[in-house]
Write a protein that binds this ligand. Structure first.
Ligand SMILES: Nc1nc2c(ncn2[C@@H]2O[C@H](COP(=O)(O)OP(=O)(O)OP(=O)(O)O)[C@@H](O)[C@H]2O)c(=O)[nH]1
Ligand SMILES: [Mg+2]
Length: 323
């Protein structure tokens, strides 16, 4: 890898090839890639990060594509990361993303990166955040992160966005379960896409009711909205983008008090995740090397102890030693 500062400077200047290279290197676990990320970090935090999440196939990519189009028409530069954790089985989805968003590929104001694997960087969440940091440091005005809202990771990514759009479709069914299981909590804006289908208005009413039940009393807090869209035909997208703008304004009110509070939570969460990852990896390596891992397994197998006591004991000895 070239001199770290040189790469940092190139990316800060918006060098697309250097950025693409770094993203690949981060994924491949190339030594030094993380050093570049450290150099970029102080220059991030300026973009407005929009998370787009929801069940598979609800139209997230189509909607993202429409949002890119409109943001570009407004003269805003856009960075996109599309996460598809299921891609080993549905490589077509990623290809679909590429084809759909392909028309933006020649636009220097747009940078799109698909993340198909958990990579070497430290999980999907960490990889996604790393890519977002690079896009942010490149100076993109708006970042769009498309994630499938099925696993904890994906909800986490959505939860770290400044503005989170949760997409669903008419005839909720299973989706309502997914929404109850945490997605509704992270939604700033809710979208019923494929509104050309039957039952769109009913679904909208259901969502409004669910929102109403959990509405906080604080009149100062943001009240999520529900939008009907037909992403395929670009219907309702302008209204949704207006909602994004309003949410952004809400975040920036009072010298950005709400934004600062939200980002404090995100940074704390990110830091704790990295800590968990790093500590765990080092600990396992050490216990593996000095034979304590194997010894514990033997002891549990022989019923001389149980996994709970063995774990507590291990944590105690490890932490006490380094205190
Ligand atoms: N009828 C209808 N179909 C739509 C609409 N928007 C998107 N679609 C279609 O829904 C299908 C899935 O769209 P995608 O944008 O790939 O959905 P996605 O949520 O990104 O899918 P994954 O990333 O695979 O989870 C495609 O065939 C789209 O053409 C819409 O408003 N109405
Ligand atoms: Mg998609």
């Amino acid at each position: 890898m070239a001199d770290v500062q040189q790469v940092v400077d190139r990316i800060l200047a918006g060098d697309v090839r250097a950025a693409a290279r770094l993203m690949r290197d981060l994924d491949d676990g190339v030594p030094g890639a993380r050093e570049v990320l450290k150099g970029l970090y102080p220059n991030s935090g300026r973009a407005h990060l929009i998370g787009v999440t929801g069940s598979p196939g609800v139209g997230k990519s189509t909607l993202t594509d429409r949002l890119i189009q409109r943001l570009r028409a407004d003269g805003r530069t856009v960075g996109v990361v599309a996460v598809d954790p299921t891609s080993p089985f549905s490589g077509g989805a990623i290809l679909g993303d590429r084809i759909r968003m392909q028309r933006h590929a020649t636009d220097p104001g747009v940078f799109i990166r698909s993340l198909a694997t958990r990579g070497h960087f430290g999980g999907l969440t960490a990889s996604t955040r790393a890519v977002l940091t690079v896009l942010d440091a490149m100076g993109k005005d708006v970042l769009l992160a498309e994630t499938v809202g099925v696993g904890q990771d994906e909800v986490e990514i959505a939860a770290t966005a400044d503005t989170t759009i949760v997409v669903t479709v008419p005839g909720l069914g299973d989706d309502i379960q997914a929404l109850k299981a945490g997605l509704l909590e992270v939604a700033d804006l809710l979208v019923v896409n494929k509104a050309d289908r039957e039952g769109a208005d009913r679904t909208r009413q259901d969502l409004l009711m669910m929102l109403d039940m959990r509405r906080g009393r604080d009149p100062e807090s943001w009240q999520p909205r529900v939008y009907l869209t037909q992403a395929k035909d670009d219907v309702g997208v302008a209204e949704l983008l207006e909602g994004v703008r309003e949410h952004r304004e809400f975040l920036h009110r009072d010298q950005g008090r709400a934004l600062a509070a939200a980002r404090r939570g995100h940074v704390r969460q990110e830091f704790l995740e990295l800590l968990k990852e790093g500590v765990f990896r080092r600990l396992v390596r050490r216990l593996d090397q000095d034979g304590r891992l194997e010894a514990a397994v033997e002891a549990i197998l022989a019923r001389r102890t149980d996994p709970y006591s063995a774990c507590e004991e291990m944590i105690r000895t490890c932490l006490d030693r380094s205190e």
